[in-house]
Ligand binder design. Sequence first.
Ligand code: NAP
Ligand code: HSE
Length: 434
Amino acid sequence: MARVVLGMLGLGTVGSGVVKLLAQHKHLQLKKIAVRDLAKERATTTTCPVTTDVNEIIDDPEIEVLVEVMGGEEPALTYIKRALEKRKHVVTANKEVLAKHGPSLFALAREKGVTIFFEASVAGGIPLISTIQRGLGANQFKAVTGILNGTTNFILSNMEERGLSYETALAEAQALGFAEADPSADVDGHDVAYKLSILAALSFQRFVKPTDIYRQGIREITPEDLALAKEFGYRIKLVGTARSTNSTNDPNTKPNAEEKSLAVRVHPTLVPLSHPLAAVSGSNNCILVTGDAVGEIIMVGPGAGSLPTASAVVGDIINLESALKLPDFASYFQPSITSQWSNTASSDDWVSPYFLRLSVADTPGVIGTIGTIFGNHKISIQSIIQRGVKDGRATIVILTHDVREGDMNAALTDLKECPFLDSVASAIRIYRAG
Ligand code: NAP
Ligand code: HSE
């Protein structure tokens, strides 16, 4: 079998997994690895030379494939560009770089006749990218939605199942190698926004700027929210969605929503306990892909971690190795990504039921006033309870029927003017299929 010569940037969680897996594929020759700090203790030992000089890899004409598993926007972007310029193929796990610079990077790869493989950039070990690119290639996609971040799913699951505090659960996720170098990328939803941008590019042929994606993370989710959600028959998950709003039948937007725009968002969501997303625990991811021909398919599996992510990286290298035998294959392997950026639909038009937790004074007329305010904004209450009465204060939990986002925001503004209200402690959307 012909040798493929690789150079790798990064020997952290993912890079260590790649080294382990490559040991089983001797014809894939890892020639050199670049790291930041040679003195650092490593989880994996390797006989491959390690350097801090990235040029030793990028300028080496024998290296055909650059494996980029160092992460972050810069200097990773510069190194990927330089490798493409030198007509090296790139295999990357870096969703941030692809989400922010995908159109120009894919254009450069096309110009140079090389490819960028990026299976590990979304949903870790789940072969989601190749499924959308190839297996489901016959479909017009309607939506891609699901749990796309292992760290936050690990945190929420462990807060609920083991009663861990948010901080302890996050520390465990970091120790297990699931979290990004800066874990605010996980807990504030940036990581999911990057992944949604890539998924939108593949499913809807348009990148969405991560800054245009509605984003809310999990920092504010409390054990009380998790317990109350369960009592009402739900589990709280960080759910990301990219949905075409072209169809006037789309139940999540008004019929007159702007043509050809996408609704792309990430936020905590109450998922019914009977829904497949609710059963996904730990660092697993779960993605529902809806195509016009296939209907809905569900993929579940490890969304982060050393070997699961390395499985995707080395799978890419093996696919690339087969393709390298074909003449002029690169143009067939590049996803059909244009340099077009998409419009995103106005968030005011999103529709979903809501879970609200209000901290109020326990005085007469409170529930009546809340009902009046909600009625004024066309919000129908499905369920309302009062809890935890202590020292003249109480918690009110409300589940609504479908609400237009703009109406909910207007009602909350009115509610905040009420003297009985201490705070809107939580306002979390409830999952809505369709
Ligand atoms: P990590 O554990 O922090 O490892 C990063 C590696 O890159 C380290 O070996 C570091 O060197 C090296 N590095 C960083 N900056 C460098 C520089 N300027 N020059 C040379 N080397 C540099 O990160 P990771 O978790 O493996 O993640 C890597 C990438 O995979 C990221 O894009 C991440 O989003 C993505 N990803 C991660 C997972 C996961 O589960 N962890 C899953 C899917 C995708 P030192 O070791 O010397 O510091
Ligand atoms: N930090 C990411 C996560 C790694 O927790 O999902 C996988 O992309």
